[in-house]
Ligand binder design. Structure first.
Ligand code: MF3
Ligand code: CO
Ligand code: CO
Length: 260
């Protein structure tokens, strides 16, 4: 990576908006299918069906083959409880009362990507689990509120880390937000921790994700043998929320808006 950050034109941002809004709509659609007793595979299959029916493509399917690592084998990521990110849907994984799960979807429409994720609660999770989910959602929001021309990319992570740690939680360092356009993952990297004033200044036309992963316990993660699934090293809970964001003249636009 050269460190060059692409600035998108108004026309390109309109394409990102179309893809982003559709991705957000898919997260909403899946709500009705997330139930105690269903498999994460069934959620993948419904997402795949819906995506095709809407003329879009799933970016994760077949993505990211790299050396020893095989391409991602499903259309969505389902990350349950101690899974930090990139959980692989499976017919053997049945959702149970008290689980917390992130579903992460990335759709491609006319070549442009919309990338977003949210948490789903199954039945009655513990008070700590519910607090972790709420804090993580607020972390994403606090990060987004730092987005405007002239602010530094490091301000996003600083705002997130300050709040997460004030609540007794920790910020995952091994996975970061990313520039996104007609490319799935590109410059800049958006760390969800860091120092105020660090990093490049934001400019109108930059488009990137903010996707903090916040852990109940320690921040360290480890990779399972499938070379995709990342879990917390201490096996405590992890939560994540993601939006795709454009830098505008005066601030930000959420390209993957979602009403609760
Ligand atoms: N959607 C994830 C992100 O937020 C990336 C998933 S890549 C996959 O960047 F291959 F695991 F699907
Ligand atoms: Co992303
Ligand atoms: Co994502």
């Amino acid at each position: 990576m050269t460190g060059q950050i692409t600035l998108l034109s108004k026309r390109e941002i309109e394409k990102m908006r179309v893809a982003g809004h559709l991705a957000a709509k898919l997260l909403k659609h899946l709500e009705a299918f997330v139930k105690i007793g269903v498999s994460t595979q069934s959620l993948n299959d419904e997402a795949e069906r819906w995506t095709k029916a809407h003329g879009a493509k799933s970016a994760p399917l077949g993505y990211g083959a790299d050396g020893d690592r095989k391409a991602f084998p499903r259309s969505i990521c389902t990350s349950v409880n101690e899974v930090v990110c990139h959980g692989i849907p499976s017919p053997k994984q049945i959702l149970k009362d008290g689980d917390i799960m992130n579903i992460d979807v990335t759709l491609i429409v006319e070549g442009y990507h919309g990338d977003t994720s949210r948490m789903y609660l199954l039945g009655e999770p513990s008070a700590t689990a519910k607090r972790l989910v709420e804090v993580t959602k607020k972390c994403r929001q606090l990060g987004i509120e730092q987005v405007k021309p002239g602010n530094h990319i490091g301000d996003i992570g600083a705002a997130i880390q300050e709040y997460a740690e004030s609540q007794g939680f920790s910020v995952v360092q091994d996975f970061v937000g990313h520039g996104i356009s007609n490319v799935f993952h590109t410059e800049p990297q958006i760390a969800h921790y860091g120092e105020w004033g660090d990093g490049k200044k934001m400019r109108r036309g930059m488009v990137f994700t903010i996707e903090p992963m916040i852990n109940e316990g320690r921040f360290e993660v480890k990779l399972l043998k499938d070379n995709w699934t990342a879990i917390t090293k201490d096996k405590k809970l992890s939560a994540q929320y993601e939006h795709t964001i454009a830098v505008t003249d005066t601030g930000y636009e959420i390209l993957t808006p979602y009403e609760d």
